[in-house]
Write a protein that binds this ligand. Structure first.
Ligand code: ZN
Length: 294
């Protein structure tokens, strides 16, 4: 399909095809979660590190150091909180990040967490042709598999930029779930051109992403810094609503954003708040996907 710069000229066939490419299929909302819990919490950390700069074509040494903070300080700090709280989480790892320091992947796995695919170098999938995108996902999977000793089962597109082929590739590779889309707050099965794929979507939302509130860019000037209390309040309300409705609370964080000493408490207080409500099960994204598919 041509991507017209004059979308009003698209034919009905064009826009129907595009809209129908990837859709939400059957809802996957279990009556109960493991341990008979009423609510599930799925925490995730996108280890973009240096590839946050590299993947967008940047070469700025200063911004690479920013990514290095996530690696040196952020991840260890996050792992400490998760260990203290006895909670498992999912870490989405670009292959280049895994290659820069394989011990990070190993430390994450050794602590009982999940490592999922997050592109080769945090590339923008929406700009790639099918063959290139497929090749990069395959290479990324192989690197992670070699490091964690088993094939990764989950995929998250960098910056949640998907091409019309991304979900096809995820399904072709036999991955169990994607976590890049947002057609619901609870899990659902992905349809590709109207056909069930068997791939579970563990949905994300900008609303539940630390970068939205705490990210900083000089150019273009983006300074949405919010007081940590406000970010905590937004996340807590999302959790409380998920708890009331008996659903899933899924959260995306970044080691170079949440990992600062003035912010890391948000993670720990959220976990403690969730525990205090009772009837909460903490699972990795893979565990969530498997449970809802049953
Ligand atoms: Zn990312």
């Amino acid at each position: 399909m041509s991507r017209s710069r004059e979308p009003w000229k698209a034919t009905e066939d064009d826009w129907r095809k595009l809209v129908g490419r990837v859709r939400a299929g059957r809802p996957l909302s279990p009556a109960a979660w493991p341990d008979n819990a009423r609510c599930a919490v799925a925490l995730s950390f996108d280890c973009d590190h240096e590839t946050y700069e590299l993947g967008s074509g940047g070469e700025a040494i200063g911004r690479l150091a920013w990514g290095e903070f996530g690696r040196r300080v952020g991840v260890p700090r996050i792992l400490k909180v998760l260990e203290r709280q006895g909670v498992a989480a999912s870490f989405f790892m670009p292959a280049v990040c895994a290659l820069i320091d394989p011990t990070e992947t190993q430390r994450i796995m050794a602590a009982g967490h999940e490592v999922g695919i997050h592109g080769w170098i945090h590339e923008n999938n929406s700009k790639l042709d099918y063959a290139t995108e497929r090749e990069l996902v395959l290479r990324a999977r192989d690197v992670l598999e070699q490091q964690i000793g088993e094939p990764p089962v989950g995929f998250r597109s960098a910056n949640w930029d998907l091409s019309p082929h991304t979900i096809r590739i995820v399904a072709e590779l036999g991955l169990e779930y994607d976590s890049s889309l947002m057609a619901d707050e609870d899990c659902y099965e992905l349809l590709l051109d109207g056909e069930p794929t068997g791939v579970v979507e563990v949905p994300v939302e900008w609303l539940r992403d630390d970068a939205v509130y705490l990210m900083f860019n000089r150019e273009p000037a983006t300074r949405p810094w919010m007081p940590p209390d406000h970010v905590f309040d937004i996340f807590r309300r999302e959790f409380d609503a998920a708890w009331e409705l008996g659903g899933l609370f899924q959260l995306v964080m970044h080691p170079f954003i949440i990992g600062y000493r003035s912010r890391i408490w948000i993670l720990e207080n959220l976990i403690e708040h969730a525990k205090s409500r009772g009837g909460v099960w903490f699972g990795t994204h893979a565990e969530v996907a498997r449970w809802v598919r049953q």
